[in-house]
Design a protein around this ligand. Structure first.
Ligand SMILES: C[S@@+](CC[C@H](N)C(=O)[O-])C[C@H]1O[C@@H](n2cnc3c(N)ncnc32)[C@H](O)[C@@H]1O
Length: 391
């Protein structure tokens, strides 16, 4: 590999043997940072580019790996003053000085062919590796995702991919959690708790942290199964309770660092968000499920050109519900982004709301502007959703 930006980017796109490329010190003030990661969709290799603006909002672009080198090259050469590449074969840093002097510190040492690198990388991409990681295999086997040897069962592949992707998004907020001591996590509407066990394993076994984690669900049989499984696996600090999350009360003085929820149906997602705010959670990761409330309540003459088509009305209601949830969280002093959970071809329920509590509360003026935006949006759709009625 030649030591030029172009050949480095071509090499990375060809092999996809990188974990992440981070672009910082953007030449445009409205962009805070950008990151590129490789992924596969239906057997095709892509590079996803996430750009975070100065307002904290993230946007995403997926580019076929075969076309991405040109884009990444342009970003590293002209878009940003610093580019950092992390690969299993070493790191690389590209820097531009104020006088536009370019320095490339390339410590990438290719160790194999493109095909070997690609498959090595593919294997590495999943945080849960039931072949090499016996702890991961133990709970994945008990939950019926793998066989005894750690092979993912064909019908459970989508669930396995979904949990791994959720873990990647947990990993993104993990650095913002307290660096020392116990981490407190709640999984609300945990169901069979695939995610609960995976997140517990991620923090305790992969990151070596002490964790107190609690899952809650309405279904007694499912909760009994989860309690049994946690006990059988010796997962200390992992507890479950059966009940309505509406009535949930954390132990005195306990503030969750992270509130998780995967596919809590309809307004159950609103109750999760309301609880997260009520408990003062530091971070929230919530992937909504079905959206019925706004779809049925929405009544809007100006939007009737959309709502008279039932399919489009559903899409509008989905987007309005989630956008208003984000706005409501912003009103409660969270920074919020929406991110894609998995390939939309696998499930339409693939959007995650990622929220982190701000260190400093928003100023009165900003809150008034957000409140006005919330009220105007409700007036436009002709209804006030759950969270807006509740506060
Ligand atoms: C679609 S399942 C998702 C389960 C799990 N998070 C997953 O992704 O596999 C939704 C779960 O939410 C639970 N649920 C709905 N409303 C609830 C409430 N108010 N309190 C507790 N659990 C609730 C249901 O019992 C159900 O198990």
């Amino acid at each position: 590999m030649e030591n030029s930006i172009r050949s480095i980017m071509e090499y990375l796109c060809q092999t996809r043997a990188f974990e992440k490329i981070t672009f910082s010190k953007c030449r445009e003030a409205q962009v805070m940072r950008t990151a590129a990661v490789p992924f596969a969709r239906r057997g095709e290799a892509y590079i996803q580019i996430e750009t975070v603006g100065a307002d904290g909002r993230a946007s995403h672009r997926n580019i076929p790996a075969s076309e991405a080198a040109e884009v990444l090259c342009e970003m590293a050469e002209r878009g940003y003053r610093q580019t950092n590449v992390h690969t299993a074969e070493g790191d690389c840093e590209i820097r531009f000085s104020k006088k536009e002097q370019c320095t490339i510190l390339n410590r990438i040492r290719p160790v194999g062919t493109a095909v070997q690198l690609a498959s090595h990388n593919k294997k590495k991409r999943y945080l849960l590796d039931p072949v090499e990681d016996m702890g991961a295999r133990a709970f994945l086997y008990r939950l019926g995702i793998t066989d005894e040897g750690g092979r993912i069962l064909d019908k459970k592949r989508p669930k396995y991919r979904q949990i791994n992707r959720f873990l990647e998004l947990v990993e993104d907020v993990a650095d913002a959690l307290p660096k020392e001591g116990e981490i407190v996590i709640y999984d609300l509407c945990c169901g069979k708790s695939y995610l609960t066990f995976a997140v517990y394993h991620y923090f305790t076994a992969i990151r070596g942290r002490q964790v107190r984690m609690h899952g809650v669900d309405l279904k007694p049989d499912v909760i009994a199964y989860c309690c049994e499984t946690a006990a059988a696996l010796g997962m200390e600090g992992l507890t479950f309770s059966c009940g309505d999350i509406n009535a949930m009360q954390p132990p005195a003085g306990e503030v969750p660092d992270l509130v998780l929820s995967l596919h809590a149906c309809d307004v159950a997602t609103d109750i999760v968000l309301k609880n997260a705010v009520r408990f003062g959670a530091r971070a929230v990761l919530s992937t909504p499920c079905c959206h019925h409330e706004v779809f049925h309540a929405m009544h809007s003459e100006p939007l009737s050109f959309i709502t008279r088509h039932s399919m489009l009305a559903q899409k509008l209601a989905d987007a309005a519900t989630d956008a208003l949830r984000c706005l409501w969280l912003e009103l409660h002093d969270y920074d919020v982004q929406t991110v894609e959970l998995i390939d939309p071809e696998e499930t339409p329920k693939n959007m995650m709301i990622r929220a982190q509590k701000r260190k400093k509360a928003r100023g009165e003026k900003e809150k008034q502007a957000l409140q006005a935006q919330y009220e105007n949006a409700c007036a436009l759709i002709g209804c006030v959703p759950y969270l807006g009625r509740d506060s």
